[in-house]
Design a protein around this ligand. Sequence first.
Ligand code: NAD
Length: 347
Amino acid sequence: MKIAVFSAQPYDRQFLDEANEQLFSSKGSNETSFELIYHNSPLSLETAPLAAGASAVCAFVNDQLDAATLSSLHANGTRAILLRCAGFNNVDLGAAERLNLFVANVPAYSPEAVAEYAVALLLTLNRRTHRAFNRVREGNFNLNGLMGFTVHGKTVGIVGTGKIGLATARILKGFGCRLLAYDPFTVPAFKELGEYVDLDTLLSESDVVSLHCPLMESTRNLINSTTLAKIKQGAILVNTSRGGLIDTPAVITALKERRLGGLALDVYDQESSLFYLDRSSEIIHDDYFSRLMTFPNVIMTGHQGFFTVEALREISEVTLRNMEAFATGTPCKNDLVGGKGVLSPRP
Ligand code: NAD
């Protein structure tokens, strides 16, 4: 059974090939492994024909799975969409349901990996280790401009106490922080670490705000000029969730006005036209991105919070187990729409 893997990087090939081999060797049967066909290009309406003849498409965070692309994939025989990520904001689930497509994600593959990364970004930005590293390499041991604050005792606001938000809260509890959280659905595990408050209180009292809620229509531009006006003067904002949670022009204004003390991003609203490729010889046309890069108190990385050996192994294994469930018609707990495709014998 063929799976067309889009946005495939060398590490995707390595971990998916290993998982494919392991899945079938563990069965000890004559069953053949899935046929994985790798495409470097991202998935879009233009590249969808590359999947012709593949029962399934394996996609990543910036692949476009809008209604038109899904229809094109379906017309060429694709019946399953395997997301090798947790977020599914790039998939038109309504269109997938109408086309009776099977769509599955990997909901939890090491929330600690992303949580650790969020804290790494916070510590880097706060203590300027990225700047110190470059200075020392140049023989410059001057400390001016490198001063941070002690994280111990500070108030951190966690927006979204799901798997990653909770893991981040646990780490920061160990740092000795006071923890506040906002989430429409509270969980008892966070109540042992800190206090739930409304979003306005969280923004006005937190020295650090870390975003961990999913991108949905209701959370798009959650951080905008109105919410930024409520944020504590000089607070640091960390976003390892999805770029669309932040209104970029508004955040640039808040940085220029020094209302925001710092911004640490692993995700960016317009990342699909930038991330995961070497663009160092290109002219970048995104002026908001370019402006962000001029601030001394902004750091950005290219969506790598998930990027650990453990997470990649888990992502690959679960992705192929999702495919196996689809192919054999067995219930899949990661099924996002209940689509049955045509391969499944399920009623
Ligand atoms: P999760 O589903 O376990 O938790 C999300 C939480 O957000 C839930 O508790 C939910 O109730 C809450 N929420 C929903 N709407 C909210 C709102 N308006 N305000 C506050 N909270 C709200 O998800 P997770 O596994 O913790 O992942 C969180 C996000 O992290 C994902 O949606 C994904 O976008 C992102 N992510 C990023 C990376 C990376 O590499 N940077 C990797 C994995 C996931």
